[in-house]
Design a protein around this ligand. Sequence first.
Ligand SMILES: Nc1ncnc2c1ncn2[C@@H]1O[C@H](COP(=O)(O)OP(=O)(O)OP(=O)(O)O)[C@@H](O)[C@H]1O
Length: 268
Amino acid sequence: MQPIEITCENVTKRYPGRRSSVTALDDVSMRVAPGEFVSLLGPSGCGKTTLLRLIGGLEAATDGELRIDGRPVEQPHPELGIVFQADLLMPWRTVLDNVLLQADVRRRRSPEMIERAKQLLAQVGLDGFLDSYPHQLSGGMKQRVGICRGLLHRPRLLLMDEPFAALDAMTRDQLSLDLSRLATESGTTILFVTHSIPEAVFLSDRIYVMSARPGRIAAELSVDLPKPRRLAHRQGQEFTRRVAEVTGIFKELGVFAADDYDEEGVSA
Ligand SMILES: Nc1ncnc2c1ncn2[C@@H]1O[C@H](COP(=O)(O)OP(=O)(O)OP(=O)(O)O)[C@@H](O)[C@H]1O
């Protein structure tokens, strides 16, 4: 499987409004290399979801060029997987059948697909829940099912929009570990949207920091930690340094007030 490359050049997105238009993205250029895990990190309303939707082919840009493997994005790429914040599981389908939905919509259900679905579910500790229904699962379990569904068809590209936002801290940690392992094993290119500085630093090879309206790329930084990530990496210097660096960038952008930024607090 060859992972996918994404390129965005001078992308602008304006939404028409009643009186004036809203510029959601202003002249955004970025790249995600094949097999890379890249996060878009920024405050609410900075256009993270909009950029993901443009790359996903769900909406068109007003200006600029978006390319997947060098080809202009005109519709959702056939080898794309998407995982959203809300787990969109079908209440009448079992856990296994919810994961297999990905194969069903592509008319690709096969014994091999069923085996792969079971394997993915086992990798995230859900092998005992194949025949359960969504209402019998916790929020974290449902989100895991959503991630397995997103990965079932071995997408070359996975777009994730705050997939852990609705979860408690402990479940987020566990799912971050699961995702880092699955991503490292599959080599899939991943573009991940988050508000959380530690989450972006923990998961990513590279982070694009976005500024608030109109959304622009304010900074880009690399995270040099071994993969798959382990919780212990959060105690290390590279993690702490990068979290402090991004916090400093947001302070400069005016996202945090000067009073909120406490050097001692950051390094404690
Ligand atoms: N369909 C739409 N019509 C009009 N304006 C829109 C539309 N979608 C998004 N916007 C506007 O574009 C801007 C960026 O929205 P977007 O959802 O991309 O931000 P975000 O960074 O993902 O925010 P959050 O972190 O809160 O989810 C916002 O000002 C939003 O109001």
